[in-house]
Design a protein around this ligand. Structure first.
Ligand code: ZN
Ligand code: ZN
Length: 443
């Protein structure tokens, strides 16, 4: 009898626990239901009115108004058109959530009724069409939906939210501009940082991320190869920078395969070589544009040091004086740091995602080799754990058709890219708000 009772109590505890958790999911889903129509309108508004990087004036103002309306105290003009909205709800952790806001200089071809026909003038003065082809409209709408959920469920958590709208993600400038303008000093300093990005390779209804290094550090710059020009018929009187540059290209690519472990992601691209004017003139100089994509900071430093050594060696081999040696000039302004998804926080967040979506809907992608400037927040505040996760945005049947070779799926940055609106938005809000509530409650 005693055993029977304890089994009964055990079952009761288990089922009430499971019940309580699915109750929380139901609460969130009900709030999303209540607001879905207005969120859809907001998404279509953002989509139809995109603004280029560094020009997000109306977008940021609208996002600020939405958050203010929910009781956030919002500061505008943080690092350009950045905004920071703070919502205090008692003692507890501070959680920063970032949405980017900028769109791309391209013409939309989706043909939907709310497609963008907006135009703008770029920094170099040319007119261009503008499109939200990277889903930042979805990120903002998810942020507003998440804010609605958390404000309505404020008796289920306590702590402080810092929701930021970040400009100029596409140029890797916005995060640094906000940090430089005092993001971490003027507003409550976070214990955790979160962001999401639509994923055009995964079905809607799913989310995922890789733990550890998730997006690469990207450095871009130039290699200047100086020689001594002359007549092409008398190369013996010259130092030919075209030949030097050719060797350097092969040398640098060989470094990746021979000096860096194959399990340590690193990549070099030399995307442009310019030099010379005519077939029989050996030029004085060749310039090459180089991009480095590396995950690990130590590997990055080593790679840069080794490139410099190779360039020096090339100069010495040609008998050039030190001031003539080939030079690597990296542009600090366009550098973006790796996104590092904190493994311990990642385990907690993954657990939340599995609970609210089912384990089969939480994927683990390979780390990406391109950059995302969410990494700048990690870089500025290495002790604050953060997670940037992906939200599947393609109808599952399209993914299946693509796998069978029957369909091509437009990726982000394609003029045809359009997220699967309803499930993407719902999944984004459900996962983001659940992750925040769990982190606030120490789960
Ligand atoms: Zn993008
Ligand atoms: Zn993006």
């Amino acid at each position: 009898m005693k055993n029977f009772i304890s089994v009964f109590i055990f079952l009761f505890v288990i089922s009430s626990k499971a019940f309580g958790q699915s109750d929380a999911v139901n609460d969130i889903n009900n709030i999303i239901d209540d607001h879905f129509e207005s969120l859809e309108v907001l998404y279509k508004h953002f989509h139809a009115n995109p603004e280029l990087s560094l020009q997000e004036e109306n977008t940021s103002h609208r996002l600020a108004e939405e958050l203010r309306h929910l009781g956030f105290s919002v500061t505008e003009q943080v690092g350009g058109y950045g905004i920071a909205g703070v919502y205090e709800n008692g003692d507890g952790p501070v959680i920063l959530v970032r949405s980017d806001m900028d769109a791309l200089p391209m013409r939309e071809e989706t043909g939907v009724p709310f497609a963008s026909s907006a135009t703008a003038v770029t920094i170099d003065g040319s007119e261009t069409y503008v499109m939200h082809a990277c889903g930042h409209d979805m990120h903002m709408t998810t942020m507003v939906g998440t804010a609605k959920v958390l404000v309505q469920l404020r008796d289920q958590w306590s702590g402080t939210l810092v929701f930021i709208g970040q400009p100029a993600e596409e140029l890797f400038l916005g995060a640094r501009a906000m940090i430089k303008d005092g993001l971490f000093e003027r507003f409550p300093q976070p214990d955790y940082m979160l962001a999401l990005h639509v994923d055009s390779a995964m079905p809607s209804g799913q989310v995922g991320f890789s733990s550890g290094y998730a997006y690469a550090n990207v450095d871009m710059g130039e290699i200047v190869v100086k020689g001594r020009g002359g007549h092409g018929a008398y190369p013996n009187y010259t130092v030919d920078p075209v030949v030097m540059a050719s060797r350097i290209v092969l040398d640098l690519h060989t470094m990746i395969s021979r000096e860096i472990s194959a399990t340590d992601p690193a990549n070099i691209s030399i995307g442009s070589i310019r030099g010379g004017s005519s077939a029989n003139i050996i030029p004085n100089e060749v310039r090459m544009e180089i991009a480095l994509n590396v995950h690990n900071e130590n590997t990055r430093e080593r790679l840069i040091r080794r490139i410099e050594e190779k360039l020096k060696a090339a100069g010495i081999a040609e008998g050039l004086s030190e001031d003539e040696w080939p030079q690597l000039i990296l542009n600090d302004e366009t550098r973006v740091a790796s996104v590092y998804n904190d493994p311990e926080m990642g385990e907690r967040v993954r657990h939340t995602f599995q609970r609210v979506l089912g384990p089969e809907n939480v994927y683990e992608p390979l780390p990406f080799m391109y950059g995302e400037d969410f990494g700048e927040y990690n870089h500025a505040m290495p002790d604050i754990p953060g997670i940037l996760f992906g939200v599947g945005s393609i109808p599952p049947e399209d993914i299946k058709a693509a796998e069978a070779g029957l369909k091509e799926i437009p990726t982000t940055h394609s003029p045809l890219y359009l997220p699967d609106l309803e499930p993407t938005l719902r999944t984004g809000i459900l996962t983001m708000s659940s992750a925040i509530i769990d982190l606030m409650n120490g789960n």
